[in-house]
Design a protein around this ligand. Structure first.
Ligand code: MRU
Length: 335
């Protein structure tokens, strides 16, 4: 199974998602602070994959500081650096929280840190397979599916959340056509989703983000299926910028809008989506197209990379435990 993260000879290896699909390049890491920079720079991205990576980074931290007198200070420092790498994906904080107790109790055993990271990684794959089975039941024969960003194997431990449901439905011969939004400005759709589907011999059709409304009006899409970076207590969904547009379109055109995310993405501590810190990134991500300059570098930009979809626009939230239709505060609480 395709996975963007591997642990080999006490080193962490990440598939560099900045250069896919033109190059398949693996980068090797020995220091937690370098992994934090890799997360910040999008070598690895996608909420569950970021959480898994942070777990392995904590294992690296115990190796790096094994001969240091005040290990507690150094390892806590690494944990805090990792916490600051990206602000929105909840899985990062969910994973790191599991190491707080080790640090508090002066447990710096590599075996314990690594076992935890491996468990986070393997559980994520298991959950994705479960969500695939649960979510694909909603898909009817010959449905057209539109997805946004990359919520696939590359964004998780393997198999994917939204793309996991799409894979499962494809394996049951249900899907007429898969459409992938290119997802400006990082192009997770045209670079990553298209690549990983091609890797599994699954055809997909790339569209520009602004084609979605036209495509839906042509009745080519019956379900929009996306992942999530964070889901708040009231079931609001924070996901890649442009997700909210799609949810509004789905409501207007009366087609299905499905969010697929493990419970590790649910942040019960925040009441509503607008409480979440939305990441803003550099201007050049918009003013350039990849490496290529396309406009004046001094222009003002507003590069917010996630948006908030209100729970009332979500038809189904698929988790590894169950699918919740019309999710809301009470249903999330019960879950
Ligand atoms: O900025 P990115 O590429 O990390 O954003 C990723 C997304 O928005 C995904 O849809 C989300 O993390 C879910 S991944 C299973």
């Amino acid at each position: 199974m395709l996975s963007p993260i591997r642990w080999q000879n006490n080193k962490l290896q990440l598939l560099d998602q900045r250069v896919l699909p033109l190059r398949e390049k693996w980068l090797s890491y020995e220091k937690a602070c370098d992994v934090a920079t890799a997360i910040q720079n999008m070598v690895v991205r996608g909420a569950p994959a970021i959480g898994i990576t942070a777990g392995y980074a904590m294992a690296l931290s115990t190796i790096q500081h094994k001969n240091y007198k005040n290990k507690q200070k150094k390892i806590r420092q690494d944990l805090n650096i990792l916490k600051k790498s990206r602000p929105t994906a909840y899985n990062l904080f969910w994973a790191l929280q599991q190491y707080e107790h080790f640090i508090d109790t002066n447990n710096f055993s590599l075996q314990d840190y690594l076992s935890k990271a491996i468990k986070i990684h393997q559980d994520d794959i298991k959950n994705n397979l479960k969500m695939g089975k649960i979510g694909e039941k909603y898909i009817q024969k010959n449905d057209g599916i539109l997805t946004h960003c990359n919520a696939g194997a590359l964004a998780t431990g393997g198999f994917g959340t939204a793309l996991g449901v799409i894979r499962a439905a494809h394996n049951n011969n249900k899907i007429k056509k898969i459409y992938a939004d290119e997802t400006r400005p990082w192009l997770q759709g045209s670079r990553l989703t298209a690549w990983e589907l091609a890797h599994d011999n699954i055809k997909c059709c790339v569209i520009t983000d602004n084609t979605a409304a036209h495509l839906i009006r042509e009745k080519k899409v019956q379900w929009i299926i996306v992942g999530a970076d964070r889901i708040t207590a009231n079931a609001d969904v924070i996901n890649k910028i442009g997700t909210y547009n799609l949810a509004v379109l789905a409501k207007f055109h009366k087609i299905g809008f499905m969010v697929v995310a493990p419970t590790s993405t649910i942040d019960k501590n925040l009441k509503k989506g607008t409480d979440v810190q939305i990441e803003k990134r550099r201007a050049d991500e918009i003013l350039n197209f990849g490496e290529k300059k396309i406009t004046n570098k001094n222009y003002d930009t507003y590069n917010v990379v996630f948006d908030v979809t209100p729970a009332k626009l979500v038809d189904v939230l698929v988790t590894e435990k169950e699918a919740i239709e019309n999710p809301n505060f009470n249903k999330i609480n019960e879950l």
